[in-house]
Design a protein around this ligand. Structure first.
Ligand code: FAD
Length: 459
């Protein structure tokens, strides 16, 4: 085994935390190696956030073009070139991937090492890491290896050609009848995307509520929006088995009304993600995992082994690009700074269905469960001038605040541009200011931001 050198820090995984951390530590004078086995940018750039949001933009344009008549415009027909839609999404992701590749080509430190990395015990005080046929050593190691599609053990699944959140860009034939398994955020975003592209879409969900973590009023409204697009939902329904058919696939399901078969041309598995921690040699150094394979970390993102840190999706908690990126800031603070930045943080997220859901903090259900006295205020987007003027009056804003302090505990903005609008609440919460800070400000008329203010005005 060849010796590929020694690093102060070896980062395993070129994802959303790993890359900025590699540059940050190198800038501070540390000798840094970053190992990537596939493509720089990880899930977000290569098949997640970037291409899905690019594809969703095409779907939204098709949706708007189809309702052009409402705006007094005549667009006689909308034809979808599905392969071109996917190509556009791929071109956009390639710009980001290429820019990351070029960034590493231009510098010696951090050094990019291509290959699969696995810990291989200790060499004195240093950690030994195998990368393919080579071996490197490092004083400290950061794990940022992300997740992969979790394929359920459903009988027959391996006999059909599945679409999933990693391979969807390669499936350039538009599905005629798509069976979407799972109504989490990926299932909903992609389900609405395929429907607006022209597929018939049936979403199968084992529980009685889509995006189970959200309040029921929010989840029900989103289900209604997708149904108005023509997406069909089979709730409280479990997939028993799958078999190939002449036209595609037949899925046997068990629902409230007993067993039945659903026929489709294609099946999309949106059944969750699994941490890439099983082939990392963590047992060789004693890094603790929980039962789901998530790395156990403290608030500083340190594992139980001093000198080994974990960031991004594999460290448990919210799995988003912006949380992974914030992990880089936590690690910089812990490794080189005053250690004040930790995982005690306010985390927003978006569900990019149309209209979007922007969320931050607690749901109403969670806030009430704390036992604190809370105020809840909702505002319908149909009462907002701008929403009506642009023909987007669907949705509502819900804000939950602590009755005693007036501090916002959480907010749901279900509106066109909801994932943008929610940031006004995020910033107020981060500043520790009460809802009156938004209520007493002046917001421009006519804007959707007026609705953000209206939602707290009657609290
Ligand atoms: C379809 C989809 C849509 C999404 N949309 C959004 C969104 O809109 N907004 C959002 O915030 N989040 C979204 N996400 C989630 C987001 O992509 C992830 O939370 C984020 O990418 C996690 O970053 P990470 O740093 O943990 O890991 P990743 O970005 O997954 O990076 C991990 C990297 O490690 C590499 N690797 C793994 N094991 C090894 C090894 N042993 N050796 C070397 N390299 C290794 C992998 O190849 C990968 O490049 C989406 C995810 C999916 C699947």
């Amino acid at each position: 085994m060849s010796d590929a050198g020694h690093f102060d820090f070896l980062i395993i995984g070129g994802g959303q935390a790993g890359i900025p951390l590699a540059y940050g530590l190198a800038k501070a004078g540390k000798r840094v190696g970053l190992v990537e086995e596939k493509n720089l940018g990880g899930s977000c750039i290569n098949f997640g956030c970037t291409p899905t949001k690019a594809a969703i933009a095409s779907a939204r344009l098709a949706y708007q073009a189809r309702k052009a008549g409402e705006y007094g415009l005549n667009i006689p027909s909308v034809e979808v070139d599905f392969a071109a839609v996917l190509k556009r999404a791929k071109d956009i992701l390639m710009q980001s991937r290429t820019s990351l590749d070029h960034g590493f080509e231009r510098v010696d430190n951090p050094a990019l090492i291509r290959g699969h990395a696995a810990l291989d015990g200790k060499a004195g005080k240093r950690f030994a890491v195998k990368v393919g046929a080579a071996r490197v050593t490092a004083d400290q190691v950061v794990l940022d290896t992300g997740t992969r599609t979790a394929i359920p053990a459903t009988p027959g699944l391996k006999r059909v050609d599945n679409i999933d959140s990693e391979n969807w860009l390669e499936k350039t034939d538009l599905p005629d009848r798509l069976i979407m398994v799972g109504a989490g955020y990926i299932g909903l975003e992609m389900g609405q995307f395929y429907k607006r592209m022209g597929s018939q879409v049936t979403v199968i969900e084992g529980s009685g509520q889509i995006i189970g973590h959200e309040d029921l009023d929010v989840a029900s409204a989103i289900q209604g929006f997708l149904e108005s697009d023509g997406v069909e939902f089979r709730m409280n329904t479990r997939v028993k088995n799958v078999r190939p058919s002449r036209d595609g696939v037949v899925v046997l399901v068990d629902g409230l009304a007993g067993q039945s078969e659903i026929e489709g041309s294609h099946i999309f598995l949106a059944t969750g993600r699994k941490p890439n921690t099983d082939k990392l040699g963590l047992d060789k150094v004693g890094v603790k995992l929980n039962q789901g394979g998530i790395v156990e970390v403290d608030k500083r993102l340190s594992t139980n082994v001093p000198g080994i840190w974990a960031a991004g999706d594999i460290r448990g908690g919210p799995m988003f690009t912006h949380t992974s990126w914030d992990d880089y800031r936590i690690l910089m603070s812990q490794i080189l700074g005053d250690g004040s930045r930790t995982t005690d943080r306010i985390i927003p997220y978006g569900v990019f269905v149309d209209p979007e859901l922007g969320r931050v903090g607690m749901t109403e259900k969670e806030a009430r469960a704390t036992g604190a006295e809370v105020k809840v205020s909702t505002f319908e987007m149909s009462k907002n001038g701008k929403a009506n003027e642009i023909g987007e009056p669907r949705g509502f804003i819900k804000v939950v605040a602590d009755a005693a302090t007036g501090k916002i505990l959480g907010a749901a903005v279900l509106s066109v541009e909801g994932a943008e609008l929610v940031h006004m609440y995020v910033d107020i919460m981060t500043a520790g200011a009460p809802f009156t800070a938004i209520r007493d400000a002046i917001h421009i008329h006519p804007t959707l931001a007026e609705a953000v203010q209206s939602a707290v005005s009657s609290m």
